[in-house]
Every structure is written in C-alpha cells, then in structure tokens.
Ligand binder design. Structure first.
Ligand code: NOJ
Length: 539
C-alpha cells in the first residue's frame, strides 16, 4: 500500500498576517498567500500550514477564535479562502489549517452563553467552571502559561472559569459531550470544504483533571534552563493538561478526520502541538491510536548547537514503536533557528547546515516562513511589540514578535511586503536577505534550501527511511537513513574547526554532490569544514 502523503512530506508554515499583503492595509491576507503560491511551489514543498484564519479579536493573534466556521475579515472572504484552496490544489499543494479547539475567545457566542445562561443553561458546562475556595481564592493553584492564575472570576456565575493562556481564552470543557461534539464538528466543516488536514493547537490540553488536583512544583534542582520570568513554568502541568486519558480525545479526532474521503486521491493529516515532553508526544501519536503525528517544544527551545539536541530527541521518540515524528526547528512562538543557535554569529553557513539537518531528519518536516532564507531574529523596541506575551514580560522576555516580522520579498519599500503601514516593522536584520536578492544569488541560503528539498524528495531514504545515529563525538553528528535498500549517511559538523569522521561504513560510501561547506572522502573517513553538511550513499 502506498504511504500516506504526509509521511515524509514537507509543510511550509505560513504565518498569514506577516506573509504578503495584497491590499495595502498593512497585514498579510489570503489573496496574499495565493499571490505567492508560485514562490511556495518553487521551494518544492508538499503543502502549507496556515496559521489560524478564523474571526478573532486578536488578543492572541488568531489563537483566540470567535467563530470556527468563518474567515477573519482582515484576511479576506470565504470565497478568497476557497480560491486559495483551489489554487493550491491545482499546483499539487496540500492545505492544512490550524485549529484551536482547546479554548475559544471569550467573545465566542458559546462562551457568552455559558457565562450568561445560568448554571443550568444548555451551555453551562461547555467551559471549565468552578467555585471559589472557601476563602474566596481561585479553585486551585493552576497557573496560566502566560503567567498568573489560570482562573478568572465571573460575578455573573459567582464562579471562576479556567484559562490556560490569556483570560480572554477560556478553556473549552471537552468532558462535556455537547461541547466536545461542537469542537469535532469544526473539523467536519473544514474537511467538507476540502482541506487536507489540521495542526491542532495545544493538543495535550483537551482534558483537565475533574477533581481539580493542584499541580506540584517543578523540583528546585530541575529549574535550570527554563524561562523563570514565566511563573507558569514553576509548576508541573500534570493535572490541568497532559493527562494520559487525553489520548482518547485525540483518537476521537483522528477517527473523525479519517472518516472523510481524501480529496485529490489523498488522505487527511492531523498533527498536534504538545508540551515540552517528547514522551507525551510518543504516547499521544501512535500508529493506531491518537493523532497521526505531533511536535513538542524540545527542539524549538534548544539553544546550544550540540548534537544532543537531536540525538536525545530521537532516543526518546524511537522508544515509541511506530511513532512518526513531526520535525520543526522554529515557528511563530520561538526565536528564529539561526539566531537561537548562532546568536550574533548567525551566518548563512550556519543557516544552510541547520536547514540541511532539518530536512534530513526522520519525520514530516515543518519549515517556518523565512527559514528557507536563513532569516535571523528581529530586534524590536518596546513600543513596536504586538504580542501579549511581550507585553507581559518585558524586559525579561520580548515576546514572540521577533520571529513574526513580515517576510522580506524585495529591495523595495517595506521589503515588498505591503504598500501600507506594516502591522509589525520589517526587520533591519533582514536587509539584503529578501527573496528577490537571494533568488539571484546561486550561493544563497534560499537556493541551497531549494536544492536540499529537491534532494529529500528524490531520495526515499530521507523522506521515509528509518534513522540510526552513528556513535560519533561532538561536534559531529551523523546518522543513516534507510529505506527500501537505499542507505544514506548524513554528517554534520556543528563545530567551528574542521573535523574528520572515521567510520567503518564509510569504506563502502560514495560522497553525493549535494553539500554545504567542504567535504572530502578518503577511504573510511570523511573530512568536513566548519558548519559543513554532507551526504554519502552506501554502495
Ligand atoms: C500555541 C500557539 O502556537 C501560540 O501561538 C498560542 O499563543 C498558544 N498555543 C495558545 O493558543
């Protein structure tokens, strides 16, 4: 049987608001995505994941949805969406929507009715409501990811409602059968319009502990390396989310998605965003139960360019037999890859090596817009920030705007993103890195990214193969990808000095033409220049 299209696919993550503005109002929109489909297709990717496109008051930039079946007016009309979907399909590109079904906006009619309809009303239990404790404080100690208590008091019900993120993002109660059915119906609605799948926001959080058991603290000796300005990180989120039984909800979702016939002869894909723990991801996405795949924040938060950031990741994931990973180094929530690993020394060489690594690791791959250009993180001033997280934690954490600035398309005004006033400034760090400039330079990160994607698509071992790490020392990382008799060794030098890798398997290897940096094969060893990536086929 042919593999599902999403196995080994590469999805390009479009952050719609910052992609391309078609009408000069300063932010990206759906006709803007359609206008750039030729560019997306030129990368060689298999499809796009669109950040949320539904009506939203934008407290959390679309992750607070007020109408799951509509299109955000800023972004266009339902007809614009249909045109984009058809145009993508005409080019053979899949379209995956971002659905935020764990919570809604506080202006969603469901929440308004739950709040105002009384404790006996038909939607009374659609959200997680709880009485205050006897002393009037919040029902328990649960903290919001964005800081402060995860509860908000509402005099209208003399109760608190639970919110894992902003108080404007009340948590939907997936334990209530009607609320759950309403959430699942959202998937039916968009599947019947022809979308190819979903990225599910915070998919480990559908179920909360009914007894409202308090979360325990993170032990003191494990607190290193976390963002301590975010108080929510001081507790282990064992009872507000990450419950083992959450997999039952994921399974319902998967069955619902699989119940639809594929359009274009394909099948649908549903993957989730999970918390920091890979183990949870492995348990929530198995060949037969839960979602098809998912990603965690482990790679997204890694900052040290050390092989362990990939080797440990796979060591955990591979302990879940049959788990198919989704791999991502960056997105709209974390600092851009090349800056995270390279700081101020972020270079095109580093960008190329990291892109080569991303695309050769086992899994379905997510590329965040601009990653193919090697864009560094933008630095913004306090008054330029639009992300509520930046607002809450300034100056300890500038929030997420530094990775959300608009795409640099040309050398023209606003780097070709808009003819109006951009909603976030174009990054001065992106000068010289536009699509136009890089397109003309054969050695650019962009052109390397295209070659790398083409190489992956032409090499089934990279797209579909198993992965086995070779026991080599830092700063080298090496692994073999194997599929249907094809074996490709992928070698990377994370260091700033030349390295030689000697390995018995290299005696029967031939160096493939695609590489970044210098590589030289002699007998059973391969030499690599700093930040080089090379590929060898076992013959
Ligand atoms: C994860 C999303 O990626 C992030 O942008 C959002 O703020 C939270 N979930 C809450 O929906």
């Amino acid at each position: 049987m042919a593999e599902a299209w999403w196995k080994g696919a590469i999805l390009y993550h479009v952050y719609v608001r910052s992609f391309f503005d078609s009408n000069g109002d300063g932010h990206g929109d759906l006709p803007g995505v359609e206008a750039k489909l030729d560019y997306i297709q030129s990368l060689g990717v298999d499809g796009i994941w669109l950040s949320p496109i539904h009506p939203s008051p934008n407290r959390d930039w679309g992750y607070d949805i007020a109408d799951f079946e509509g299109i955000q007016a800023d972004y266009g009309t339902p007809q614009d969406f249909q045109r984009l979907l058809d145009a993508a399909h005409d080019r053979g590109l899949k379209v995956v929507l971002d659905e935020v079904l764990s919570h809604t906006s506080d202006v969603h009619p469901w929440f308004v009715e739950s709040l105002t309809g009384g404790r006996e009303g038909p939607k009374a239990n659609w959200y997680v409501w709880a009485d205050p404790q006897d002393d009037g404080t919040a029902p328990n100690n649960w903290l919001s990811v964005f800081g402060g208590p995860a509860w908000a008091y509402q005099p209208a019900r003399r109760q608190h409602y639970h919110h894992k993120f902003l108080r404007q993002q009340p948590k939907l109660n997936w334990r209530d059968p009607d609320a759950r059915e309403a959430a699942l119906s959202v998937l039916d609605f968009w599947l019947s319009r022809g979308v190819d799948g979903f990225r599910l926001d915070v998919a480990g959080t559908y179920l909360h502990d009914e007894a409202l058991t308090p979360n325990p603290p993170v032990p003191m000796d494990e607190r290193r390396g976390l963002h301590w300005s975010h108080a929510g990180n001081l507790q282990q989120h064992l009872y507000d989310s990450n419950l083992a039984e959450n997999v039952e909800m994921l399974d319902l979702i998967r069955r619902r998605v699989e119940a639809h016939d594929g359009r274009n002869g394909g099948d649908r894909f549903v993957f989730g965003e999970f918390s920091e723990e890979e183990a949870r991801c492995g348990a929530y996405c198995t060949p037969t139960e839960g979602l098809h795949s998912g990603y965690t924040f482990v790679m997204l938060l890694a900052r040290k360019l050390q092989p362990t950031f990939v080797t440990q990741h796979y060591a955990t994931l591979e302990s879940y037999p049959g788990h198919w990973p989704t791999i991502s180094f960056s997105n709209h929530d974390v600092p851009r890859t090349v800056s995270r690993f390279g700081g101020k020394d972020a270079s095109p060489e580093l960008a190329k090596m990291l892109f080569a690594l991303l695309v050769s690791l086992k899994g379905t791959t997510l590329i965040y817009q601009g990653e193919e250009l090697g864009l560094p993180q933008a630095s913004l001033t306090r008054d330029q920030l639009r992300d509520p997280v930046g607002d809450l934690y300034w100056p300890y954490d500038g929030g997420r705007d530094g990775c959300r600035t608009p795409m640099p398309w040309t050398t023209g005004p606003n780097m070709g993103f808009t003819t109006g006033d951009p909603w976030l400034p174009l990054a001065r760090e992106h000068a010289g890195l536009s699509v136009e400039e890089q397109g003309e330079d054969p050695d650019s990160v962009l052109n390397f990214s295209r070659e790398m994607i083409a190489f992956r698509k032409a090499t089934s071992a990279l797209a579909l193969g198993e992965i086995e790490f070779l026991g080599v020392d830092a700063p080298l990382v090496a692994f073999v990808r194997r599929h249907a008799g094809d074996e490709v060794i992928c070698v990377f030098n994370f260091g700033d000095a030349p390295q030689v890798l000697a390995h018995p398997s290299l005696e029967r290897a031939e160096l493939l033409p695609l590489r970044t940096g210098e590589a030289d094969l002699r007998g059973g060893s391969v030499g690599l220049s700093p930040l080089a990536a090379a590929f060898l086929r076992l013959v």
